[in-house]
Design a protein around this ligand. Structure first.
Ligand code: TRP
Length: 434
């Protein structure tokens, strides 16, 4: 099987230059390598978690789809689709939700960040937290596991989510595998080489710092206007500048080749003025962006074309997701009536149900009892009554730990027709499991 690489793009906001250099450009390049099968999708269900403005959701989906296509993502070569066009994804989300420990979600960074803020403010820790935010990692696990992706290129902040997807996959495989691994365990791939672009103020370019330079919106003029706001030192034209301490240089170098870089540095050291330098940076970036912006503008003017491309992508994706989900439904027992009942119980089902279980309870006499019941429902061991529930519990714990050795001194009888050896064997099974 060729390596499957999958990544999702949350459709909030408008792409900026930092998104292009840090995510879009490397991903498009990687999608062209031989021997990989790439899946790219618009994570618009994820977008709903962060945004309740329908118009912004709509706009951002369109802009982001147009941007990726304009930047060279080839829908013939990769599978490019919208998450919300794949109904199998939310269905798988539910199957996974049912095997995901709540405690795992409690530890998710995004949720913890929200509860930490609430706690510090003296509020209820879950104030303002939706179930969408809380179970975000399960939806993300479904995105990945649905297509059995081997690798998931993500930013550092997303690594925990991939680890959770692995955990969830392992649990599902273990519970319902029956000798068959349904899910590939995905690996996060964090590219350390990829440049993080500085924003206007020199910090990492990010919407949350409000320091971004737009990628296409605003045109060449908007680009030049944004560059004019890039912070520099106050050296005058004619004074030598230090290229290593100017993030304008970093912006330039994200687009320039080796010769251009060397020339730009030399000119700054020789006293090139910042105004002129910014002009040069703008021209260099524009040379790369102009043809892409033209495609972008054209696509934005023809949304029906984008729609058609995405629907075609969804058809490709569902051709994989549909049959796979059928297999998973079968595995958990959502089967056609009649046909599947004849099927042999699987080996793991036998093993699991072969173990006896302890039941603890209180009778009408107010005393506490326990009994051991075999997989077939037969009573194997019946305790006498204890005044304290804790005493009954401690005996049960000892039996699980020590097996038949703990029977000495225990006020209890074997069930009718149950031999000593049979009881010992049943207890041994429990010890093994513990
Ligand atoms: N949560 C990711 C982000 O904010 C987006 C995303 C959703 C994703 N589903 C995914 C990324 C599946 C990789 C794989 O960046």
């Amino acid at each position: 099987m060729t390596k499957r690489v999958l990544t999702g793009i949350t459709t909030t906001g408008t792409p900026h230059l930092g998104n292009y250099v840090g995510a879009i450009r490397p991903a498009v390049a990687a999608s062209r390598l031989a021997g990989v099968e790439s899946f790219f999708f618009l994570a618009d269900y994820h977008a709903l978690i962060k945004c309740d403005e329908p118009r912004r959701i709509e706009r951002s989906r369109l802009e982001i789809a147009a941007t990726w296509l304009a930047c060279g993502l080839d829908p013939e070569r990769v599978t490019f689709y919208r998450q919300s066009d794949i109904p199998e994804v939310p269905e798988l989300t539910w199957l996974l939700t049912c095997v995901t420990p709540k405690g795992l979600m409690n530890r998710a960074h995004a949720y913890k960040a929200a509860t930490d803020v609430n706690e510090a403010a003296g509020e209820d820790i879950d104030a303002g937290v939706t179930m969408g935010l809380f179970s975000y990692p399960i939806l993300m696990a479904a995105d990945i596991l649905m297509f059995n992706a081997h690798e998931v290129p993500v930013g550092r902040d997303q690594v925990q989510h991939i680890e959770m997807a692995r955990d969830i996959a392992q649990r599902f495989n273990h519970l319902f595998g029956q000798g068959r691994e349904h899910f590939v365990l995905p690996e996060a791939v964090v590219d350390e080489q990829v440049a993080t672009l500085p924003g206007l103020d020199g910090r990492k370019m990010s919407k949350s710092y409000d320091n971004t330079i737009p990628l296409f919106e605003g045109g060449a003029k908007g680009l030049q206007a944004a560059l004019a706001r890039v912070v520099t030192d106050s050296k005058l034209p004619g004074e030598p500048k230090d290229p290593d301490s100017a993030h304008l240089v970093t912006l330039y170098e994200a687009f320039a080749d080796a010769d251009e870089r060397a020339a730009f540095r030399a000119d700054l050291q020789a006293g090139l003025g910042w105004g002129e330098a910014k002009q040069r940076v703008g021209e260099r970036i524009e040379r790369t962006l102009a043809p892409m912006r033209e495609r972008y503008t054209d696509l934005m003017a023809h949304p029906a074309r984008i729609e058609e491309t995405l629907l075609e992508g969804a058809r490709k994706a569902r051709a994989i997701a549909g049959p796979f989900l059928a297999q998973l439904r079968e595995a958990v027992g959502l089967r056609r009536m009649g046909a599947a009942q004849a099927a042999e119980p699987a080996a793991t089902e036998k093993v699991r149900s072969a173990a006896p279980v302890f039941k603890q309870y209180r009778e009408g006499d107010g005393r506490f009892y326990f009994k051991l019941v075999g997989a077939d429902g037969r009573l194997l061991l019946q305790s006498e009554g204890f005044d304290q529930g804790r005493d009954a519990g401690q005996w049960v714990a000892r039996l699980k730990r020590e097996g038949a050795a703990a029977l000495a001194g225990l006020p209890a009888q074997r069930g009718q027709g149950v031999g000593e050896a049979e009881l010992a064997e049943a207890l041994a099974l429990l010890v093994q499991q513990a």
